[in-house]
Ligand binder design. Structure first.
Ligand code: NDP
Length: 326
């Protein structure tokens, strides 16, 4: 009998969490023989709704759910956490500017970073989903000086999955056969989905598609605006696919990607000219919690241009919150 893995989820009364916690509890993250204990964090006024979520979790009678608790205190939520999904974030309100949004979230993620620093397992794996995810992850990491920067990542897997499905459709191949797809940079419309290296069954996708105008004018903008398109169609945001991507990214991180390249936003080590510590989407492989960046990929003129756009956005976000971290 394996001992339970402790998993914290923030924003646990929200939409993404509603698609996420049931899958974690069912074994979709760590497998059918790994018990989990869930700790659900949300704001004080959401505790009633959280109670409802726990009632439903109970009513699923998941054999892998070994225990659960709800709290509004990050230190309680993160105590001995092995895994943390930071989903809750301040949504952009009417008339709120980007810097107000960054500021409001900086406060949340400073507090949560400190709480992780104090209470979480020293090997905790923290995935930030709440937007602006990359910069929120950067803030949490900077607020947790006793934890390794390698404990933190931001979600870029939804963009990666969106890009993979669109490429599969275009090339007429099964999405599961796609290897070596990359999404660079910020989880925002500036991210750069890059299939120059991608392959399916040993064949280059770029050769199978061979349509640079489609890449630039259809593929990249469509992936970038996919979230807005889902809201337009569904009348609500892409919570289920976001939760699915969170599961995918965390599972590949803690269990392993088995040699497959996946995109993850991780603290830069200076590779590709990204200033150190910026949380930047890069291709990686992962094995049992250890991430290895794929380095040395060549950049052509267009790639360099796209890369700079998303990097500049992240530098601006970093600079906008710098005074809050001092
Ligand atoms: P969601 O669960 O729909 O979204 C949560 C966060 O995920 C948002 O920042 C959202 O960004 C982001 N996100 C990332 N990718 C996606 C995607 N593809 N589609 C949609 N969202 C995405 O928000 P809810 O408002 O339903 O729930 C948030 C919960 O968090 C609430 O219960 C709230 O009380 C809680 N909260 C908790 C805090 C805390 O514990 N300290 C602090 C703040 C909030 P975007 O808004 O840009 O779409």
């Amino acid at each position: 009998e394996k001992s339970p893995v402790r998993i914290a989820v923030t924003g646990a009364a929200g939409q993404i969490a509603y698609a996420l916690v049931f899958r974690i509890a069912s074994g979709a993250l760590l497998g059918p023989d790994q018990p989990v204990v869930l700790t659900l964090l949300d704001l004080p006024q959401m505790q009633g709704a959280l109670k409802g979520v726990m009632m439903e979790l109970e009513d699923c009678a998941f054999p892998t759910l070994a225990g659960m608790a709800a709290t509004d205190d990050p230190k309680v939520a993160f105590r001995d956490a092995d895994i943390a999904f930071l989903v809750g974030a301040r949504p952009r309100g009417k008339g709120m500017e980007r810097k107000d949004l960054l500021g409001a979230n900086a406060e949340i993620f400073t507090v949560q970073g400190r709480a992780l620093n104090e209470a979480a397992s020293r090997d905790v794996r923290v995935l930030v989903v709440g937007n602006p995810a990359n910069t929120n992850a950067y803030i949490a990491m900077k607020s947790a000086p006793d934890l390794s920067p390698a404990c933190f990542s931001a979600m870029i897997r939804l963009d990666h999955n969106r890009a993979a499905s669109m490429l599969a459709g275009k090339a007429g191949i099964d999405v599961g056969t796609i290897e070596k797809l990359v999404v660079w940079g910020n989880h925002s419309p500036t991210m750069y989905p890059d299939y120059r290296f991608a392959e399916s069954g040993g064949r280059k996708l770029a050769a199978m598609i061979d349509d640079e105008a489609w890449n630039r004018e259809v593929f990249i903008p469509t992936v970038g605006k996919r979230g807005a398109a889902v809201i337009e169609a569904r009348g609500a945001s892409s919570a289920a696919s976001a939760a699915n991507a969170a599961i995918d990214q965390m599972r590949d991180w803690v269990v392993g990607s088995h040699g497959k390249w996946v995109s993850m936003a991780i603290a830069s080590d200076g590779s590709y000219g990204v200033p150190e510590d910026i949380m930047f989407g890069v291709p990686v492989t992962a094995e049992r919690g250890v991430v290895t960046r794929i380095s040395g990929l060549a950049m052509d003129e267009f790639a360099t241009e796209r890369f700079a756009i998303t990097l500049n956005e992240l530098k601006e976000e970093r600079d906008a919150v710098a005074h809050l971290l001092a």
